[in-house]
Design a protein around this ligand. Structure first.
Ligand code: ARG
Length: 271
């Protein structure tokens, strides 16, 4: 599988560079901050986009990593880990919700301090942004309607694949099966709705949101097969070594003391 991923990465280099630098999409900056109930701690001397704040760009339509509550607050694994990092850095977490490709670009261009959105580390992205150490593993999964003739990755050929724009799912599939075979939707949920409506034959998306979408949509199933195994990390502007080091130090402490695992366990029941 590793080799497969490596080959995919190499093959998709050019494509992803285009994707990473991709067209601007609307990026409404929601001011709603999330629950860091920490009182700002010691000054870290870090220069951030908004003084005193750690500004995180994300796409909060990716449960259980980032989503909104009924009351419009942000929650999820990334949201809580980010809040814990911000607390350690003595900063207030501010979350800006936007399209996924815009969230990547915001960090890349220094408009946000970091993108935390279940972001997969890829060789192409490493060319345009820096990443923290990894804090989670992701798997690209395939969602199909019950009884679908698609039973494996190989069966994807000749079928219409739904993905979220700018994601590794889109990049891998368009690279392997051709752009005409892949439809890019604004987010995972709209891709799943298109599957429900018969507009696509399957959806390729990260396994954790796939589980949530399938649980909420009777008649859909996730294939056993793993399309790709990936590392999630926090993306930051290239060359912002000071911030990368500070985030890594905070993350290391939060991993070592079990905080990250406790947050993951809260949202993903072990099975
Ligand atoms: N892991 C995939 C990627 O990095 C998808 C992430 C999508 N995240 C989101 N919040 N919508 O391309």
């Amino acid at each position: 599988m590793k080799k497969f991923v490596a080959i995919l990465l190499a093959l998709t280099l050019a494509l992803s560079l285009v994707a990473c630098g991709g067209a601007a999409s609307s990026a409404p900056a929601s001011e709603a901050a999330s629950g860091s109930d920490s009182e700002p701690a010691a000054e870290t001397g870090l220069t951030t986009v908004n003084p005193g704040k750690l500004t995180m760009s994300t796409n909060a339509a990716f449960p259980p990593y980032e989503m909104t509550t009924d009351s419009g607050d942000f929650e999820g694994i990334d949201v809580e880990v980010a809040a814990a990092i911000a607390e350690k850095l003595g900063l207030e977490l501010q979350i800006d919700d936007m399209d996924f490709d815009a969230a990547l670009l915001a960090a890349q261009q220094g408009k946000s301090d970091m993108v935390m959105a279940g972001v997969t580390v890829t060789e192409d992205r490493l060319k345009v942004m820096d990443f923290s150490d990894s804090y989670a593993t992701g798997i690209q999964s395939i969602i199909v309607p019950e009884g679908s003739e698609i039973a494996s990755v190989e069966d994807l050929a000749g079928h219409l694949i739904g993905t979220q724009r700018g994601t590794t799912g889109y990049i891998y599939c368009s690279d392997e099966f051709g752009e005409d075979s892949v439809i890019a939707y604004d987010n995972g949920l709209t891709a799943v709705q298109a599957l429900n409506n018969g507009q696509v034959d399957c959806v390729v998306i990260d396994n954790a949101p796939a589980q949530e979408f399938v649980a909420a949509n009777p008649g859909l199933v996730i294939l056993d097969t793993e399309y790709a195994v990936e590392d999630y990390a926090i993306g930051m502007a290239k060359g912002n070594t000071e911030l990368v080091e500070a985030v890594n130090a905070a993350l290391a402490e939060l991993i070592a003391d079990g905080t990250v695992q406790a947050i993951v366990d809260k949202y993903i029941s072990a099975n």
